[in-house]
Every structure is written in C-alpha cells, then in structure tokens.
Design a protein around this ligand. Sequence first.
Ligand code: PNS
Length: 167
Amino acid sequence: MTSRRHLAVCPGSYDPVTSGHLDVIGRASALVDEVVVAVLHNPAKAGTFTVEERIGFVERALAARGVEGVRVEAFARRLLVDVCRDLGADVVVKGVRGPADVTYEWPMALMNRHLTGVETLFLPGDPAFEHVSSSLVKEVARWGGDVTGLVPDEVRDALAARVADDR
Ligand code: PNS
C-alpha cells in the first residue's frame, strides 16, 4: 500500500453540467483521494453559461448529492496535459456513453499520453443517461421540452430562462 494521494481530473466544457457528468464525477471521487473538475473554456467564445455559472452549478449539485473531495476549477487557453501536470494529477477520467464517445475520445487519450504520459481512464456512463449531452439538453430546452432529471433542477430552471432568449 502506498500513502501517496491520488488525484484525478474530470475535464469538460460543462456548459452546462448534466446528470451524466455528475454520475461520472461522483464515481471518480470514489476511486481516488481527490478529483478536480476542470472547466476548460475559450474566453473568446461566449458559451450558454458563464464560467462562474458553470462552476456554481457543478459545486451545488455535488454538494446536494453529498459528493466530497471534489474541487471545481476553470482553465482557459491551456492544454489539458499542462493543467494535469500543474495539478499533480495521476489520471484523466472521462465518461463514455457508448462506442461513438470512445471513437471521439480515443485519439485525445493517446495524444495526451504522447505529450506527457498522463493516462486516461474511461468510465462507462450510466445507461440512464446514454442519450444525455449538454448540447442536446439545450436543444430540447430551447423548444420547450422537459429536461427534468437530465440536469440538476437549478440548471433546468436556468436553461428555461436562458435559452428562451435564443428562440
Ligand atoms: O465537454 P467537452 O467539450 O467534450 O470537453 C472537451 C475538452 C475540453 C475536455 C477537450 O476539448 C480538451 O481537453 N481541451 C483542452 C485543450 C487540449 O488539451 N486539447 C488537446 C486534446 S488532445
């Protein structure tokens, strides 16, 4: 047994966080001592939610679920591998909803390992959220569909107000 603390990074845009993201973050936190949810964003591109809003949604949803040992931090204009190195992360954890996600994630995992040796751990997403993505949730909410359960209630309510402007 080693006494070294293990830190995992869960990277993403989180614009906004979904129930699928929260499932993966919670399961990652059960595997390691500490998780950093890295909200990676491009300041030149306006998202649906500000970075501060995205961070707040994740923090409050994790607190409501009683998930501990997770920090949420924003990073811009940086490679994920550099974020991991600065944080002293052992591993990147990504949720995959199915083969299409694996196909998309595979070269990024290999590139990240090529760059610094950081490994990526894929966690199979809960099938209950296989159809859930930030973009699809926004599309459904934009046209008045009910996204209850697919995102935290706070996000559902914020989406209703925000995306109504885009109609
Ligand atoms: O939630 P997303 O949009 O699928 O997240 C993608 C993200 C932010 C994890 C990915 O684009 C990323 O790692 N960006 C940081 C820049 C970087 O390191 N790019 C090279 C990846 S090999």
